[in-house]
Design a protein around this ligand. Structure first.
Ligand code: AP5
Ligand code: MG
Length: 214
């Protein structure tokens, strides 16, 4: 099963993608997590990506397309994967289609997690993320057992640099301009499905499972 998560920054793509990956036993591939890991490790890619991410801008297509094209052909992707945060522009979607086409494959579901802009800013300021394993929490909605420490792997949690309200506003603007057109793109391909992302996490997940099948 090949799945794409669509939705605004903070809509809950990462939260749901992890649950999908666990339930269906497929890898969760988050381009944002890949960039953050590269930033943490001080790689060239990380240095380049950081200048865009800190401003709430998208990293240029050429820095991300090959990365994903190389990832989805690895062995653990044989039974599918859930892509989180990719594609984010029409050229990225076209590049993904081209890469899949070569393997005679296609996307099965593009899941749009729908949350209005008003809800997003509150969510983001409370988010805490684990740079070690990618888990995300929320200080009110999804608190950890020990404050500031990841339940899953015990590493320290961070407030992402790009979760400041001004940067979140910029990311939302970039989303509407560059990423939202993908909703039409995947509607035309006949694989777009919508879920109401304002519900509780568990209800959002139940709606997704209903679509994907148990
Ligand atoms: P990325 O890491 O993908 O960030 P994003 O799309 O902005 O999305 P987020 O990770 O902020 O939100 P999410 O939808 O995953 O929500 P989450 O589940 O965490 O990208 C970061 C940057 O990297 C980009 O800005 C760009 O610069 C660059 N980048 C990455 N991919 C790229 C690409 N393909 N091309 C170019 N540039 C790229 O949830 C948010 C919060 O809400 C959490 O605290 C969570 O606990 C809470 N929450 C989740 N669900 C619920 C719920 N149902 N109810 C209440 N709270 C909830
Ligand atoms: Mg995310």
């Amino acid at each position: 099963m090949k799945i794409i998560m669509l939705g605004a920054p903070g809509a809950g793509k990462g939260t749901q993608a992890k649950m999908i990956a666990d339930k269906y036993g497929i890898p969760h591939i988050s381009t944002g997590d890949i960039f953050r890991a590269n930033i943490k490790n001080g790689t060239e890619l990380g240095k380049k990506a950081k200048t865009y991410m800190d401003q709430g801008l998208l990293v240029p297509d050429e820095l991300v397309v090959d990365l994903v094209a190389d990832r989805v052909v690895q062995d653990d992707c044989k039974n599918g994967y859930v892509l989180d945060g990719f594609p984010r522009t029409i050229p990225q979607a076209e590049a993904l289609d081209a890469a899949l086409g070569k393997m005679g494959a296609k996307i099965d579901f593009a899941i749009d997690v729908d949350v209005p802009d008003e809800n997003i800013i509150t969510r983001m300021s409370g988010r805490r993320a684990c740079v070690a394993c990618g888990a995300t929490y929320h200080i009110v909605n999804i608190p950890t057992k020990v404050e500031g420490i990841c339940d899953r792997c015990g590493a320290e949690l961070i407030l992402r640099d790009d979760d400041k309200p001004e940067t979140v506003k910029k990311r939302l603007a970039v989303y509407h301009e560059q990423t939202q057109p993908l909703i039409d793109y995947y509607t035309k391909q006949g694989c777009l499905v919508d879920v109401d992302g304002t519900q509780d996490m568990a209800d959002v997940f139940a709606a997704i499972v209903k679509i994907l099948g148990a």
